[in-house]
Design a protein around this ligand. Structure first.
Ligand code: GDP
Length: 600
């Protein structure tokens, strides 16, 4: 029910739109059924009035009874409200979406495009090429500045490009509820083909449900092979148009400029089909793209307007932060007075530096700004994200229909086996959706993807990188580690059936310190350790800390005492330790031996 409350408050902000836009009906988002008392509270009328209205419609109901969505829709207009379905999956979206009831007020707006792809495939070069050849307002005498985004023009149409390529940034924005990207350009180098980060980018874009256009880059290179790229794309579920799919793939050279016009033309086509629209009237809402503190100018933020028009002198509210806009600049550094939807702008005037990915809105006056801030503070209890247990209960009640998973494993072979077995666990009520799989350790971008898509991460015989662990801990993203496949399947099956996972508690078996490091072979080191307390068990997991930070957490591969494999090493003993997936031991590293035990 937390979601309902949160969502209701969100829609309340539509109420604070200026009165002059009276064509806007207030919108309240409802689940399939709602009790009279809750509904009355949501639309701020007395339950008695609501019951009276129901009676006029021939429905008798008491205050604790529930009405269905259709009934609620039929009486809401009498109170100046329109009812929209509460889309639990899309809650984050509704936070910044302007819920517009009158389609005639919507106008086309430029698409906001993010470029994703494998490292060195040419994302930056492509952005630079378009910036150099297709930017608007060059005649204004401004030199383009890197403010986080810029606008190009092609065939009379504006296109907004986000300047920070890369899917980690893309998903971290999304994780904060900032659905800023409308369209993804996936860059694949024709000489290199689809690479691991290409697949990651595809999965991040798919999870965000945004259209993808593929730019097959570096076609000027002699060893480029466009057909191979097309084939590899189809192997990753991106079937291009000429092969009967709906993905546009454009061969380009970001270096020579060949094909760039075709790419921009394709963006125009996809934008036309997707009908990106917003109401340019009214107070602006949007997203903070980046922000910093400038010594002389104070907080400087780049914003992208999602709806309405942002104007000089507007009172901005970003989370707990407010301020009157005293300077509005476009990406050429030119001063402007107003910014319509999809425009990137740099603003001065905020009291503090806002966080990237935060959403902003404009208040009508100082008082409303203060109200919005106090509402923000009461809504933002420290991290109220759903925990794993909540997820299980949402599955049990049927509120959550998909179990989204990100799977990382030591080798590709395990991934295939695990993915196949997991998809077989889907039931009619709960579908297993695998958003992304890859071999290697769990990285920050995996955590952002999981966070943005309400997914859990499964690590099979693979550790989590320290930075990823920090984000996961902070954002309460569930990360589950397994080394035995049937245990993994058992647990996930329980989750799907809405059964609470057994409570586990961590047992610390002991501690040890690395005294020497021996090189066994090129990529395999043995840590010579001394057990300082407790004992090392062959079955324990090991958490390694260096300079106070955890740098690895994973399983033991072998435990030795002199030349013998042993099952245990006690306090005061020395031995050799080899780990699964970690090799970079240094003298002085401390080891904490731990394991999970079921609480009965
Ligand atoms: P990013 O990591 O994806 O942003 O890749 P960059 O844009 O930094 O490009 C990586 C390298 O590829 C650079 O040396 C570029 O000059 C080169 N490059 C990018 N696009 C092309 C292209 O179309 N043709 C050729 N020959 N080289 C390119």
């Amino acid at each position: 029910m937390e979601e309902q409350k949160e969502n209701n408050t969100t829609t309340e902000s539509t109420e604070s739109e200026p009165k002059k836009t009276s064509t806007k009906v207030r919108v309240v988002r409802l689940p399939e059924t709602v009790t009279i008392s809750t509904f009355a509270e949501m639309i701020k009328v007395s339950p008695i009035d609501l019951m009276k209205q129901l009676m006029r419609n021939g429905i008798m109901a008491n205050i604790n009874q529930a009405v269905d969505f259709a009934t609620a829709s039929s009486i809401a207009p009498a109170f100046g409200y329109k009812v929209a379905p509460l889309d639990v999956q899309n809650l984050k979206k509704t936070k910044i979406e302007d819920i517009e009831t009158d389609a005639s007020l919507l106008q086309s707006r430029p698409p906001v495009v993010t470029i994703l792809g494998h490292v060195d495939h040419g994302k930056t070069t492509l952005l630079d090429n378009i910036r150099k050849t297709k930017v608007v307002e060059r005649e204004a005498g401004g030199i383009t500045q890197h403010i986080g985004a810029y606008q190009a023009i092609y065939g009379q149409n504006l296109i907004t490009f986000i300047d920070t390529p890369g899917h980690a940034a893309f998903s971290s924005m999304r994780a904060r509820g900032a659905e800023v990207t409308d369209l993804v350009i996936l860059v694949v180098a024709a000489d290199d083909g689809v690479m691991p980060q290409t697949v990651e980018a595809i999965n991040h874009a798919k999870a965000a449900n945004v259209p993808i256009i593929v730019a097959i880059n570096k076609i000027d290179r002699p060893n480029s092979d466009v057909e191979r790229v097309k084939r590899q794309l189809s192997e990753n579920d991106l079937l291009i148009e000429e092969w009967g799919g709906d993905i546009i793939a454009v061969p380009v050279s970001a270096l020579t400029g060949e094909g760039i016009d075709d790419l921009l033309e394709s963006i125009n086509i996809v934008s036309e089909i997707s009908e990106f629209k917003a109401n340019p009237e009214g107070l602006a809402r949007g997203v903070v793209l980046e922000a910093k503190l400038d010594k002389s100018r104070g907080p400087v933020a780049t914003l992208i307007v999602k709806s309405g028009t942002l104007s000089l002198g507007n009172i901005l509210v970003v989370g707990p932060n407010t301020g009157k806009i005293r300077s509005l600049m476009n990406y050429t550094g030119g001063k402007i007075d107003a910014a319509p939807p999809s425009t990137p702008v740099q603003v001065l005037g905020l009291s503090n530096v806002p966080i990237a990915g935060a959403t902003f809105l404009v208040a009508q006056n100082e008082k409303e700004a203060r109200d919005l801030i106090s509402r923000h503070q009461s809504e933002n209890k420290p991290n109220n994200r759903t925990s794993f247990e909540d997820m299980i209960s949402r599955i049990r009640t049927g509120e959550m229909k998909d179990l989204n998973l990100v799977i990382k494993a030591d080798v590709q072979g395990s991934i295939e086996a695990i993915s196949h077995a997991l998809t077989q666990l889907s039931t009619e009520e709960t579908q297993v959706r695998i958003l992304h799989t890859s071999s290697g350790s769990i990285a920050e971008s995996d955590v952002f993807l999981a966070l943005a898509s309400d997914a859990i991460i499964i690590g099979f015989n693979t550790p989590i990188e320290p930075s990823a662990r920090r984000v996961a801990n902070h954002e309460k993203v569930t990360v589950k580690f397994y080394s035995i496949i049937y245990q993994l399947l058992d647990e996930i099956q329980n989750v799907i059936q809405g059964m609470a996972a057994p409570s586990m508690k961590e047992i610390i078996d002991g501690h040890a310190v690395v005294r020497t490091v021996f090189e066994r072979s090129k990529n395999s080191n043995i840590a010579g350790v001394y057990v300082t307390d407790g004992h090392i068990l062959r079955s324990s997991s090991v958490r390694i800390s260096r300079d106070g930070s955890v740098i690895f957490d994973g399983l033991l591969a072998s435990l030795r005492h002199f030349k013998d494999d042993v099952r245990e090493l006690s306090t005061g003993y020395e031995g050799g330790v080899v780990l699964n997936g970690f090799n970079d031991f240094k003298e002085g590293d401390s080891l904490e031996l731990h394991r999970q035990e079921q609480v009965s």
